[in-house]
Each structure stands twice: as structure tokens, then as C-alpha cells.
Ligand binder design. Sequence first.
Ligand SMILES: [Fe+2]
Length: 210
Amino acid sequence: MVTRYGLLSPKTLLFSRQGVLISRKGMVLMARVELFTEELAAIADPSYRAFAAACLEFAPQEFWTAPASSSRKYHPEFAHGEGGLVRHTKAAVRVALDLLRAFPELEPERDVIITAILLHDTCKVDPDTGRTDPDHPLLPGKRYERFAGMLPPGGYEEVMALVETHMGIWGPVDVWKMSPPLPERMGAALLVHLADYVASREWVSEKILA
Ligand SMILES: [Fe+2]
């Protein structure tokens, strides 16, 4: 049986520019966005689910193929190599879902949180250099603006605020230093940052993808 992790193995897959995954033997296996079927199903509101899927379909090609860390200095072993950034994103959603169990008061923000995590690193790779763009938290807000109308009023801004702050103290927008501060979004912002941070620790096992 092919596991989700196995399905992403570069040994068995090629990533097509046409938005599908094909096997080394040339078979079309699935639409790329279907790699996130389970994560999208964790979004309750259909408008957020459809928005997240539309953005993923429109994500840069590099998102689907790049490792999570161009330097290999960070991230666990499973997030290295082709498709590593996709595997990291899936791991971050898994951590977020576990954290939500511990913080039920943030449950009403689940859809915004999961949507933000799905998109947080989609623009991470600079297509010219193949390396991490340090301003990547700011890029999804521009790239996916065309889909903003799929969300309820204010929804797009809420999602993108969480994307912008996902790197915490290491990113271009630090929630702790925002003026005015964002106390009403602080819990969700911290959860998104923590999910990304924990999922990128070197000691995380690939069992997180099982
Ligand atoms: Fe990340």
C-alpha cells in the first residue's frame, strides 16, 4: 500500500507543471491539491475550504517541489528533498490540529488557522535563486488577492494576518511588536506560529505524516 508519505516520494513521483502528480512511469495519479485532501477536510466552512483549495491550485510551482529548507540547516529529515515543503505544511497542520485540542477557546478560529497554515509557506522559495525568500510571509497576501471574494467580509485579511506573522520573532511582522497590538488575534497568531515552529524542529519524526 502506498502511504501519503510514500506518494510524495521522489522515487515514485514527478511533479507536473499542469497541476497533477504523475508517476515515473507517466501515469497521472492525482491533482496536486489532492495531497491536501485531509487537511482541507479539517476546514469546516465550505467557503474557507474552497478558498484554500483555490489558492493551493494557484501556488507557485516551487511550493510543490522544493525542500522545506534550502540550506538543509533546519527542518526534520522528512522535510528535505523534493516535495519537502508540502510534507512540512502537512506536518504543521497536524500540529495545529493537536494544539487546537489543547486550546478549545480557539476552536471558533479553526478555519482561519488551518487556511493560514496551508498557505503560509506557499511563496517561500525565490524562483530566481531557489532559496528561501525572507519576506515570504508577506507574499501570499498579494498573490491570492484574486480569491479574496470567496471569503466572508474580513476573512481574507484575517487569514493573511496570520500568514504574515507565522515566523514569530524571526519574521518580517512580529505580533509582539505590532502597533497597535492585536490582542484579539494573538491566540490564533501564536497557534499558527507554534504549529510551524514545532513542525520544523529537527527531532520531529516522519510518523507525524502517518
Ligand atoms: Fe513553515
